[in-house]
Design a protein around this ligand. Structure first.
Ligand code: TYM
Length: 344
């Protein structure tokens, strides 16, 4: 008898505890997590084992994990409604990842653009963990039989790999069941913030690892920093157009308008209607105010929470215990299906 059930809808997502969270993480992921927790069964993880794939991230991993947990809670994730935990507290993630390592093919991983970007020219020096990172990510999602995964666009390819692993598992091992064991998880890539770009270069993604701090707005930035970064954000000499098609070759302008739309919870067309024909100076002032009004209280709450780290640890342990209950049943079934579970 198998133990786990397939929920009709279960949300899973994760975020790495690596340095500064920025408004790309907030708009592309966390803000959607909060919307989803109102109705759905949600599990969110601070994925510390993923952060370990880059050895430098280990320098301050405990503090970074607590800080990212604080950011997620301060933004509105309620640990009473959603399960919030840190990945390394639930050992089933690594066990399932090993099983998936024996399913995934090197050719599939060789196609991953994020590995190529992160490993850069020194590919031989990258960790094996960085290469097999998307396999662990597939384990994160499938360990909970998640049906939907809210992420930014940069994670789309990893989601496709998780689907490939799930269908390969189903067709390889699952011949005795008349239904697929793993339902294929769907990516949730929502709204105008699916890919927030650098404030200095509209063709590259806003990223924690960009050496220029001016390229991003961090959740810990204060009012003056936000104002200055938006003021200095790259634009062009043309006025704001009426039509979105006219932004096609204007990546910096499009990026700022997407950010504006996301913070104001309005569509890009509504923003264009409001500002069309105008230059960027008033737009930028309004945008700074919007960001400061939304991020300011989050930063304040993050600082409050970081003054009580024991409480964050308690929340993560409690979440890990709840996550383990689900994870252990799914892993039990996986091993039973493969034939390596001798428990009964
Ligand atoms: P991470 O920690 O790099 O980013 C966390 C979330 O933020 C989104 N994001 C962005 N969205 C829009 N614009 C941007 N510039 C931007 N930068 C980051 C990411 O898409 C992500 O949703 N591999 C994942 C973490 C992970 C995970 C998982 C996610 C591990 N296991 C299972 C979902 C399900 C990552 O590195 O995210």
């Amino acid at each position: 008898m198998l133990k786990s059930k397939q929920p009709s809808k279960r949300i899973f997502s994760g975020i790495q505890p690596t340095g500064n969270l920025h408004i790309g993480n907030y708009l592309g992921a966390i803000k959607n997590w909060i919307k989803l927790q109102k109705e759905d069964n949600c599990i969110y993880s601070i994925v510390d084992l993923h952060a370990m794939t880059v050895p430098n991230n280990l320098l301050d991993i405990k503090n970074s994990t607590l800080e990212v947990a604080a950011a997620v809670i301060a933004s509105g994730i309620d640990p009473k409604k959603s399960i919030l935990f840190n990945q390394s507290n639930v050992p089933q993630h690594t066990e399932l990842a090993w099983i998936f390592n024996c399913i995934a093919r090197i050719g599939w991983l060789n196609r991953m653009t994020q590995f190529k970007e992160k490993a850069g020219k020194k590919k031989d020096n990258a960790t094996v963990g960085l290469f097999s990172y998307p396999v662990l990510m597939a384990a994160d999602i499938l360990l909970y039989k998640a049906t939907h995964v809210p992420v930014g666009e940069d994670q789309k390819q990893h989601l496709e790999l998780a689907r490939d692993i799930a269908s390969s598992f189903n067709s390889t091992f699952d011949k005795t069941l008349n239904k697929d064991f793993f339902q294929l998880p769907e990516p949730f890539i929502l709204g105008p913030a699916k890919r927030i770009m650098s404030l200095r270069d509209g063709r590259s993604k806003m990223s924690k690892s960009d050496i220029s701090d001016a390229s991003r707005i961090n959740l810990m930035d204060d009012k003056d920093q936000i104002f200055l970064k938006i003021k200095r954000a790259k634009t062009d000499q043309y006025p704001i157009p009426e039509n979105i098609d006219d932004l096609e070759n204007r990546p910096e302008a499009l990026n700022l308008i997407n950010i504006y739309a996301s913070f104001s919870n309005k569509s890009v067309n509504e923003i264009l209607l409001k500002f069309s024909g105008k230059g960027f100076s008033q737009f930028k002032e309004d945008l700074s105010d919007l960001i400061i009004n939304e991020i300011g209280p989050i930063t304040k709450e993050m600082n409050n929470l970081m003054n009580n780290k024991d409480e964050i640890v308690r929340i993560l342990i409690d979440g890990s215990n709840k996550a383990k209950e689900i994870a252990s049943e799914v892993l039990y079934d996986v091993k039973k299906i493969i034939g390596i579970n001798f428990k009964d």
